[in-house]
Design a protein around this ligand. Structure first.
Ligand SMILES: Cc1ncc(COP(=O)(O)O)c(C=O)c1O
Length: 408
């Protein structure tokens, strides 16, 4: 008789993992202070304070906060000079906004495959995707792990193409000792509710480039002119500003994120070591040059051939029954209906045949191998992390010893 919870055994755990988002007294105090005395929107001290502290934290000269990561992406692309009909190179293994922001800027997302070891954009695939229409390259630091920025910056330099980092998941991550986001022209962050820093919604753009940031200011603020009149508009922008309450909630999290990062680091090391020793489960590698991983999501790779061909979904079910929720995560973005059928709505996509794209590494990871744990699972105690490891070991052990239970 199997001891797996899926077949009636006792689950490894019944307790939930740490609650997220986390309403601390620091956030409450900060919110009340802004509510009572700092203004709620444009000109609020809370916004200035957050932008300046976040720029410092991320090793950048400037920060502009935005209403979301998606609006930050659109603003950054526009400010980076992307125009109608231009091409922007993006990975297909990411959240939809990375590519849909390109469409929203009237430009064309060009997908380049990822590296199956690191899940980040493969620089060789980027180089092969460049055309004379390529006006930006947008690496995503997936799950908080920096993309290969040395190689990507070099490609950008060789071809005169700006690099805009999608660091939506990578608060605090570092490349060669410098925090990500302003390694190229600029980069964006998200503070949506699942992120490692959150105000429910929100985003930010950081950069060291004055002209780029002046353009970001305009696009994110109704096309206004930096230092100009209130009713003076130079660009087609929108109101994509962050509100002061969100900024006041984010400010104390710059500090708490750093404590969280230490917990995440410790738990990720424990998990990496444990999954490495299970035949058929593999850890995702970090690019050389990563000096700090943000450990937003924890992703491992499942190889069904090591488990008698048992599909990943059966593994998920068994893990869930043990009280540890694992799931598949992203699907290849080029399969999304929005890219395939909407050429009438987006005429600049008319000649693009996303539907026939096939990128082997993205498909291997998305369709077969990726096993995701949500970010709050990395915030637990050592005991919590041991439970995750016990569940991995219990389930994979049973799949080896009792494959018929899963295959029937
Ligand atoms: C990689 C990536 N890019 C962009 C976004 C968009 O951010 P938001 O949800 O704040 O618009 C997200 C998160 O949701 C993301 O994970």
């Amino acid at each position: 008789m199997s001891e797996l919870a899926l077949f009636g055994g006792t689950p490894v755990r019944t307790e939930p993992f740490p609650v997220w988002p986390r309403p601390t007294s620091d956030l409450r105090d900060s919110l009340i202070k802004t509510l009572d005395s700092e203004g709620w929107g444009v000109g609020s001290k809370a916004i200035e304070r957050f932008e300046s502290a976040f720029a410092d934290f991320q090793d950048a000269k400037y920060c502009i906060s935005t209403s979301s990561g998606t609006t930050a992406l659109w603003v950054a692309l526009k400010a980076g000079g992307v125009k109608a009909g231009d091409e922007v190179i993006v990975p297909p293994y990411t959240f939809i906004a990375t590519a849909s922001a390109v469409l929203m800027a009237n430009a064309i997302p060009v997908f380049a495959d990822i590296d199956a070891d690191t899940l980040n954009l493969d620089p060789e695939k980027i180089a092969a995707a460049i055309t004379d229409k390529t006006k930006a390259i947008m690496p995503v630091h997936i799950a908080g792990g920096p993309a290969d920025m040395d190689a990507i910056l070099e490609i950008g330099k060789t071809h005169g193409i700006p690099i805009i980092e999608d660091a939506a998941q990578a608060h605090g991550a570092e490349w060669n000792g410098t925090k990500v986001g302003a390694l190229g022209l600029g980069g964006i962050f998200s503070f949506q509710t699942s992120k490692n820093m959150t105000a429910g919604e929100g985003g930010a753009i950081i950069s060291n480039d004055d002209d780029f940031m002046d353009a970001c200011f305009s696009y994110h603020n109704c096309g206004r002119v930096k230092g100009g009149e209130w009713y003076e508009h130079s660009h087609l922008g929108g109101n994509f500003r962050l509100n002061a309450m969100a900024a006041s909630m984010l400010f104390p999290q710059i500090e708490s994120l750093q404590q969280d990062m230490e917990i995440r680091d410790k738990n990720a090391v424990m998990l990496d070591e444990a999954v490495q020793s299970i035949n058929g489960i593999d850890r995702v590698k970090q690019e050389n040059g990563t000096t700090r991983h943000a450990h937003h999501l924890y992703i491992t790779k499942y190889d069904a051939s090591a488990f008698n061909g048992i599909a990943r979904e059966a593994f998920f079910k068994a893990m869930q029954a043990e009280g540890v929720y694992t799931y598949a995560g992203y699907t290849p973005l080029y399969r999304e209906k929005l890219f395939i059928t909407n050429a009438d709505e987006y005429p600049w996509l008319k000649d693009r045949d996303y539907g026939s794209l096939s990128m082997p590494n993205t498909e291997l990871i998305a369709d077969e191998q990726a096993v995701w744990l949500k970010q709050n699972h990395l915030l637990g105690s050592e005991e919590d992390t041991k439970d995750i490891i016990n569940a991995f070991e219990k389930v994979t052990d049973a799949m080896n010893k009792e494959p018929d239970l899963f295959l029937k």
